[in-house]
Design a protein around this ligand. Structure first.
Ligand SMILES: *Cc1c(COP(=O)(O)O)cnc(C)c1O
Length: 393
């Protein structure tokens, strides 16, 4: 199916950021009316988004339910962890960037036992490492994986992580915040017990809530467990089931916008077609930027279709703040890097953009380099050599 990118645009810059991102005109338009949160029409919208989201994991046996939670994605991650992890649990966190670190920080904050495999900025946690860690520590009950680690853009190998987790008889919880809706996560192919995402990533809604798709038997067993009242996923679920209403004020306009975003997602052809558009965005971007001399932090095998990290050029005439301003002047908001060791910046491939927009991004980057007097966008040789060495395996 072709991509129904919605026109007109409003003269605002494109957000090449991993959420909030550029949304369709009709998604913005859907927010031009007010809804009573107790009203039947609004309850029907809530029911519909829960059903539509569940359908994306192909839950034929109806083992799962979808529970939305107010707030940004992190609120939903914290709700998932606080509700599903028993007091005597111990969690293995697979970290290779800021979002894995954040999960560990949540567990520390709510005082749940955990241990971490930290792969640094740009290496994937592998199935054999999970197996070794689980064999070495019988106390571990759960594993948390980040599907696409948005801080580098690496697409982590969820299948082998899942296989290792269940082969060792443990339970997998997945932060699929920036992948859900664009990368197929059918639970008949990849086993997991809960998966979390939010409104403003690959479904292309506006910010305001997250959602957890979770096995119903685990929800049923979680009554009264959560450390927090407002983040109690069991209580939220029980209330939704009983009354059709959210506990506490829902982000009504965000939800109305999300219904429209889901309609556009279906119209485009669902998860497969959305992922395909993002992959072609990425391919246009990466090929064009490489032609300018830029190089990606990750080698092709680990590049996600969600967001791409580029090394800052070695040329001393390159100054990121100036590059940012020059890109913004040309209508593109890019994203600073979030790595601890090398200087980098990121360009998102998600949202209402297609490969012709990406081609313009490349042209804008060429123009920005010219105006800064950067003759080559090549990264420092050492950073590049390091990448090659480490990612061979
Ligand atoms: C966006 C994102 C989150 C949530 O971030 P918020 O700023 O709270 O919305 C969590 N994990 C990943 C991998 C993300 O990309």
């Amino acid at each position: 199916m072709s991509n129904p990118l919605e026109k007109p645009r409003l003269g605002e810059p494109y957000l090449l950021t991993p959420g909030p991102l550029s949304t369709a005109y009709t998604v913005k338009q859907a927010m031009l009316r007010d809804w009573g949160s107790w009203d039947d029409d609004f309850r029907a919208m809530t029911r519909q988004i829960r059903t539509d989201l569940l359908a994306m994991i192909g839950d034929d046996q109806q083992l799962f339910d979808c529970v939305p939670v107010q707030g940004s994605g992190t609120f939903a991650v914290e709700a998932m962890l606080g509700t599903l992890l028993p007091a005597d649990s111990k969690t293995l966190v697979l970290a290779n960037g800021a979002y894995g670190q954040r999960t560990a920080k949540i567990l520390q904050t709510i005082d749940l036992r955990h241990t971490i495999i930290d792969k640094g900025d740009y290496l994937p946690p592998r199935g054999y490492e999970v197996t070794a860690a689980l064999n070495a520590d019988p106390d571990i009950t759960h594993v948390v994986a980040i599907h696409c680690e948005t801080s580098s853009g690496i697409l982590n190998p969820l299948e082998e992580i899942s296989e290792a987790t269940y082969a060792a008889g443990r339970s997998l919880l997945v932060d699929s915040m920036s992948a859900f809706g664009a990368i197929d996560i059918n639970h008949t192919n990849v086993r997991f017990d809960a998966i979390v995402s939010s409104a403003n990533k690959c479904i292309e809604g506006v910010p305001g809530f997250g959602f957890v798709i979770v096995r119903k038997d685990l929800l049923q067993g979680a009554k009264g467990r959560c450390h927090s009242l407002s983040l109690d996923l069991h209580d939220q679920w029980a209330t939704l089931e009983k009354t059709g209403q959210w506990r506490y004020t829902p982000a009504t306009h965000t939800i109305a916008a999300f219904v429209e975003a889901l309609r556009l997602h279906r119209l485009e052809g669902g998860v497969g077609a959305r992922g395909q558009r993002y992959r072609s965005n990425r391919d246009t971007l990466v090929a064009g930027m490489r032609a300018l001399g830029f190089e990606t932090l990750l080698n092709d095998r680990w590049l996600s279709p969600i967001i791409v990290t580029f090394f800052n050029p070695a040329d001393p005439a390159f100054v990121f703040a100036r590059f940012y301003d020059l890109m913004k002047e040309q209508g593109f908001i890019i994203y600073p890097g979030k790595l601890t060791e090398v200087d980098s910046f990121r360009i998102g491939c998600i949202g209402q953009i297609d490969s012709s927009v990406m081609q313009s991004v490349v042209e804008a980057a060429a123009e920005a380099l010219k105006r800064m007097g950067v003759s080559s966008a090549q990264p420092p040789e050492q950073a590049f050599a390091e990448r090659e060495k480490l990612q061979q395996s």
